[in-house]
Design a protein around this ligand. Structure first.
Ligand code: NAD
Ligand code: ZN
Length: 355
């Protein structure tokens, strides 16, 4: 598969990734390689990466506990200390080997250590391959608030090796698939039409579908790295989705939702708002609701849950001058940014979701 050119870096696929990696390690004379992994990627993915690395440079592994709850500043502190104790300097390079948690936090750590050292993302989940590892957003949560602390800086490269998906649990595959569906909904109706008919995620076409998703995300980000305009389209489903994700994360009585599971609910709710604002037809809305409900389990909300989720919207990073902003659909395959909604409309979106 051909390499995709981003603003200041490239996204390599499968064997091309390792060819690039070994070449850059050869020419850039890095002082040390730090691989940041979590306990699962250390187990399932690290052996493969190490077997394909051909370098004389010393390698140190920093292993973190797995899970969203560790994507915080305390973990950063531990890793900054480890980097220091293990002799990290400005000529060190970080390889982030993991899902979106590792690429987000590992990128943030690399961007801040010694005022910024090189890092390469090697995503190992579907979600990180098609979304989190691309586009230069790095960061951590602040308490239960998603990605409140962070920095936009692009990686040196992204290496997508789809073999890593062989050990990824099905629910994590579905979580990543939500972002692929989003890419179709906001940008490419043909892509949505292809995805909506897929019954089995182990399809032989998966490599091609991943490639197309990366193209869509990269196309959008390349035009607007700092999210002043078109990049906001990628937030479709995320205004309500993030609030729902945060609420379920902080609420001990609720089972936490995976990112894609929360975003799937957010996409149904925001499609409803799009319909009510006459941006999509009723048929389009029902198609979206049907496809997403078929893949993702229904999430139950009582009145208090809904109110709490709506209250969390004030912390959304997209808010400007205190106004909650939505990226809504404008027919399937197009998006309209900087849209508002009344709370009443949000309540009726939840009611319709529950029906
Ligand atoms: P994750 O990193 O927690 O990975 C999910 C689980 O899969 C973890 O338990 C991990 O250890 C395990 N895992 C990873 N690769 C594996 C493999 N190959 N085999 C077996 N197990 C494996 O979660 P995620 O869904 O990849 O990422 C979610 C995060 O991404 C969120 O924090 C979200 O905010 C962030 N995100 C960032 C962006 C961005 O633009 N920066 C975009 C979307 C999402
Ligand atoms: Zn997302």
């Amino acid at each position: 598969m051909q390499t995709i050119q981003a603003n200041n870096y490239q996204v390599f696929f499968n064997e091309n990734g390792y060819t690039y990696l070994n070449a850059i390690l050869d020419v850039k004379s890095y002082s040390k390689i730090f691989i940041i992994a979590d306990e699962n990627t250390s187990n399932y993915c690290l052996p493969r990466l190490l077997s394909l690395l051909a370098t004389e440079i010393e390698i140190e592994i920093i292993e973190l506990e797995a899970g969203e709850e560790h994507k915080n500043i305390e973990t950063c502190l531990q890793v900054w200390h480890s980097l220091t104790e293990l002799g990290g300097d400005r000529k060190s390079i970080v390889l982030n080997l993991g899902g979106g948690v590792i690429t987000d936090i590992g990128g943030f750590i690399a961007c801040t250590f010694k005022r910024g050292i090189d890092f390469i993302n090697i995503p190992t989940t579907l979600l990180a391959m098609v979304d989190a590892s691309i586009g230069g957003k790095n960061g951590v949560e602040l308490g239960n608030l998603k990605n409140q602390i962070g920095i936009i800086r692009e990686p040196k490269a992204v290496i997508i090796d789809t073999q890593f998906l062989e050990t990824l649990p099905g629910e994590q595959m579905r979580s990543g698939f939500a972002e692929m569906l989003k890419h179709g909904l906001i940008f490419d109706k043909n892509y949505w039409d292809k995805l909506k008919n897929i019954s089995d995620l182990n399809t032989d076409d998966l490599d091609t579908l991943i490639y197309q998703s990366v193209e869509i995300k990269n196309n959008i980000v390349s035009q607007d790295l700092t999210e002043n305009g078109i990049r906001k389209a990628l937030n479709f489903g995320h205004t309500l989705g993030h609030a729902i994700e945060s609420y379920f994360l902080e609420n001990d009585e609720k089972k936490s939702l995976l990112h894609g599971e929360a975003i799937a609910v957010g996409m149904i709710l925001e499609s409803y708002i799009s319909k009510e604002k006459a941006l999509i037809s009723s048929e389009e809305y029902h198609e979206i609701k049907y496809v997403l409900s078929d893949i993702y389990d229904a999430v139950s909300f009582n009145e208090k849950d809904i109110e709490n989720c709506i209250n969390l919207l004030i912390y959304d990073k997209k808010n400007e001058f205190g106004n909650v902003q939505f990226a809504l659909l404008d027919k399937i395959g197009n998006c309209k940014i900087n849209e508002s909604s009344t709370n009443e409309l949000i309540y009726s979106a939840f009611s319709d979701y529950k029906s």
